[in-house]
Design a protein around this ligand. Structure first.
Ligand code: GP9
Length: 434
């Protein structure tokens, strides 16, 4: 009957939601959102080289662009649902599940996702993805999330020549998408999901602008030229947008969806990163994916170092569009607000806070990667105050992290959003102002 919701709503109101409205509220009001889900793009390739060659020249230049905010400590929080989990996090600001893919297991639930919320502000929404539309149960879930259109592989001309690996290559994908994008009613929210930079990172010789790396992992070796191909495809897409005149009236978000190189390739990865080994702390740091928010004409962009994650995208996007959604249940914060929770929870319960990284039951200093020294009680001859200081500083955050994951799971397993009245506060406000 939804009684469980009361406790969850209390938690969200007291522990998650923050008071301050950032000065970025409404800067993208009425603009189109062009969202790019960059398949398997991890942060370690950004501003980095392989064989003496820059890997992502276009994305690197975008960081320098005064219209871009680049978030360098942004974490992916996906579980087994990979790309679909990243979509779920973004649209709902809920966590994906610890087992299975929520797109499959709970595709028919009631949600209160970005597409549905912004439709009331006059937005059309569409997804572009040149794969079979039933992959990850997208037809059903996109309907539940409120997307108006889904251009799947049937909308594209796919031949042997223009495809590789999983399907249509990213360059023709963006090119062929333009005719559909140009016919969408404005303002629109258009999400593009790329495909070429997908495991096992196959690429045709003609698309290879940089040479693979040389290690015992073909996966890591081939990752670099595949990432470069995606970087070039993104640059071409920006050019198409400029030529079509859509660029000026849009904000463009590029987000890495999840890691591409798993821990199975740590030997090669440690060689590439010039480290003796990949520690558990390093492993968490490798879960950083790039986030670019590009606002043409804005001129105030910068590199943002704060700890952030995919859970933050829904409140961030709605605030950029100037859409109030106070009466809502979500677990992230606006990335442009100073007043934030201060930690990002990974799906396995690990977390990153401003000061600490917690993984495999160890609390690390985020700045140095050194484990926090925690004195056993009987070892300590400290006074009461000092003793408190020596308690495990990760413990209270770990408690909240687990609670948050649990609440999010409860919402999904119980389909609890059915019982929440998303219009309630607005109605109260309206009637009290009469
Ligand atoms: C499949 C594409 C890739 O349609 O989204 O999915 P992934 O395997 O990365 O989750």
């Amino acid at each position: 009957d939804g009684n469980e919701l009361t406790e969850i709503v209390d938690y969200v109101e007291n522990e998650v939601k923050t008071d301050g409205q950032s000065d970025m509220f409404g800067v993208a009001e009425g603009k189109n959102i062009i969202w790019i889900n960059a398949e398997s793009l991890q942060s370690f390739v950004i501003n980095n080289e392989v064989n003496g060659e820059e890997i992502t020249p276009f994305l690197n230049s975008l960081i320098e662009d005064e219209d871009t905010y680049y978030f360098e400590n942004f974490y992916e929080q996906t579980g087994q649902g990979n790309t679909s989990d990243s979509e779920f996090l973004v649209e709902n600001s809920l966590y994906p599940l610890s087992r299975g893919a929520v797109f499959f297991t709970h595709g028919g639930n009631e949600y209160h996702a970005i597409p549905e919320i912004i439709e009331d502000a006059g937005y059309q929404s569409a997804v572009f993805h040149a794969n079979n539309g039933s992959f990850w149960n997208r037809f059903q879930m996109y309907d539940s999330l409120g997307f108006n259109h889904f251009f799947d592989e049937k909308s594209y001309e796919i031949t042997d020549e223009n495809s590789v690996g999983w399907g249509l290559k990213d360059k023709p994908f963006f090119e062929q998408s333009m005719k559909y994008l140009e016919t969408l009613e404005k303002p629109f929210y258009a999400k593009f999901i790329t495909l070429t930079n997908h495991f096992p990172f196959e690429l045709d010789e003609e698309d290879r602008s940089i040479e693979p790396y040389d290690s015992n992992s073909n996966t890591l070796n081939n990752y670099f030229p595949a990432v470069r191909y995606m970087d070039e495809a993104l640059e071409e897409f920006f050019n198409h947008l400029k030529e079509s005149g859509l660029y000026e009236d849009s904000i463009i978000v590029i987000m890495g969806d999840h890691i591409g190189i798993s821990a199975n390739h740590n030997k090669a990865m440690s060689m590439y990163l010039n480290k003796e080994e990949i520690s558990p702390y390093d492993q968490v740091q490798l879960q950083r994916v790039p986030l670019f928010i590009h606002i043409p004409g804005h001129g105030k962009g910068e590199v943002v170092t704060k700890v952030a994650g995919q859970i933050d995208m829904k409140p961030t996007m709605l605030n950029l569009l100037g859409i109030k959604h106070d009466n809502d249940i979500y677990f992230g914060n606006d990335l442009f607000s100073e007043d934030r929770k201060g930690y990002i929870v990974l799906r396995n319960g690990d977390f990153i806070s401003d000061d600490y990284v917690y993984t495999v039951n160890t609390c690390y200093h985020r700045a140095t990667g050194e484990p926090v020294e925690i004195l056993e009680e009987d070892e300590s001859e400290l006074n009461e105050y000092q003793e408190t200081e020596k308690e495990n500083p990760c413990a209270p955050i770990a408690e909240k992290a687990n609670l948050e994951l649990q609440y999010s799971d409860d919402i999904i397993y119980g389909d609890l959003l059915r019982f929440f009245d998303f219009n309630q506060k607005e109605q109260e406000e309206k009637s009290s102002s009469k």
